[in-house]
Design a protein around this ligand. Structure first.
Ligand code: IPD
Ligand code: CA
Ligand code: CA
Length: 263
């Protein structure tokens, strides 16, 4: 595992440095949807990470956001978001990260989230804890929702689909101390692990948004489930993560909040 740990750390730092170096460049922007964009930096960061994996671990599979999945029979797969917070990045708003996770036989064993603007590397190893620049990660001790700082996000189909989190956002904003929408789900999860946020929920996330962050929260002593406290797997799109102490309160509030849509 040590070899993988050194690799994930070095690769996250390298990809993060690439993103930081380019943030003030004029970006080439393509639209994957009405408001879902991708820049040349997403692609360069992904190419760098994929190239490093192929050179060091040619029999490992790769699931990365901007390319078709590369499957291998080794039972080992890297799950990559080369730039989480693309909309922020494209606007020069310096809140974004690189997220890399290592999955073995279906279980996330290592996760790294790196924010190059603050030079913060969050890293977790299954069963061995989580760390921020070498210091142990620990979730917060806030025990009441009304004293909690929460984070969330909105899906890219917010304009077309009424299942867009506005109902839950209103309920949480009225019951928590405050809710932030910073624009990077992987960083939101890392911040729950670091005790900066007490809880986070979001709809319609993808495995690369969550894989590393979920392990960070769990290894920092937090709880991660789907919105209604059922077990989460990486194909569950809806996530609820917290310090554990406010989990039931968040989940009960979500459950009694009327949906905006007829499923
Ligand atoms: C997005 C960010 C955002 C979240 C979106 C994600 P991207 O990832 O994590 O915070 O609200 O759902 O898709 O597109 O910047 O990698
Ligand atoms: Ca993402
Ligand atoms: Ca991305």
């Amino acid at each position: 595992m040590d070899r993988y740990r050194k690799f994930i750390e070095a690769t996250a730092l390298e990809a993060g440095a690439l993103l930081k170096d380019r943030i003030d460049h004029r970006h080439t922007i393509h639209y994957k949807g009405e408001i879902n964009l991708v820049t040349e930096a997403d692609q360069l960061s992904e190419a760098l990470i994929v190239e490093r994996i192929r050179a060091s671990f040619p029999d490992h599979g790769i699931l990365a956001e901007e390319s078709p999945e590369m499957s291998k029979s080794s039972g080992i797969r890297w799950i990559i978001d080369p730039l989480d917070g693309t909309t922020n990045y494209a606007h020069g708003y310096p809140v974004f990260c690189v997220s890399i996770a290592l999955e073995m036989e279906g279980e996330i064993r290592l996760g790294a989230v790196y924010n190059p603007m603050l030079d913060e590397l969050f890293i977790a190893q299954k069963g061995a804890g989580g760390f921020l620049n070498g210091r142990p990660l620990k979730v917060s001790q806030t025990a009441e929702l009304s004293r909690s700082l929460l984070a969330t996000g909105f899906p890219y189909d917010i304009r077309e689909n009424r299942d867009n989190n506005m109902n839950y956002f209103e309920a949480m904003a009225l019951n928590a101390q405050a809710v932030r929408r910073a624009g990077s789900a992987a960083l939101d999860l890392a911040y729950v692990a670091a005790g900066r946020f007490d809880g986070f929920w979001e709809l319609k996330l993808m495995p690369w948004d969550m894989a590393a962050g979920v392990l960070l929260v769990e290894e920092a002593g937090g709880v991660v489930t789907d919105l209604h406290s059922a077990p989460l797997d990486l194909l569950s799109p809806h996530i609820l993560a917290s310090n554990g102490l406010i989990h039931d309160e968040m989940s009960r509030l979500l459950a009694r909040t009327a949906p905006l849509y007829n499923p």
